[in-house]
Design a protein around this ligand. Structure first.
Ligand code: HEC
Length: 105
């Protein structure tokens, strides 16, 4: 009887954990949604044949690139396009996007 109760509690905890972790992933995925059209669902494409394959960049490199697009200090011939993508993102969102993208493979 006691064992069943412990198992039930454990199952409950696993369920709560699963719900919590999936909602965190969902938040990041929403942020990345508008990037996927050009960079691919898994960030695996060269956007418009121009960009690096961003899922092979480290989170720090991505943060550097996105902040650079924001202030105009980074990028190639199409940096104006990326500026439009990132100008409304705050530091926290950039950090979170970078983390998400660097973990996509
Ligand atoms: C309309 C297409 C498009 C969308 C949408 C887009 N990108 Fe880009 N992205 C590009 C292009 C093109 C480049 C290369 C720009 C350049 O010339 O520097 C690029 C470059 C980048 C780079 C730097 C890669 C490198 O080559 O150094 C990162 C990181 C990046 N994008 C992330 C994002 C994120 C995050 C989003 C969503 C918030 C996003 N992009 C949305 C087209 C897009």
């Amino acid at each position: 009887m006691k064992t069943t109760k412990i198992i039930a509690t454990f199952k409950g905890l696993v369920l709560v954990g699963a719900i919590l972790s999936s909602s965190v992933v969902a938040a990041d995925a929403t942020l990345y949604k508008k990037c996927a059209g050009c960079h691919g669902q898994q960030a695996e494409k060269k956007a418009m044949g121009k960009s690096k394959i961003i899922n092979s960049m480290t989170a720090a490199e991505i943060v550097g690139a996105l902040n650079g697009y924001k202030d105009g200090s980074y990028g190639g011939s199409m940096k104006g396009l990326m500026k439009g993508q990132v100008k409304s993102l705050d530091d926290e969102q950039i950090e979170s996007l970078a983390q998400t993208i660097s973990e996509m493979k």
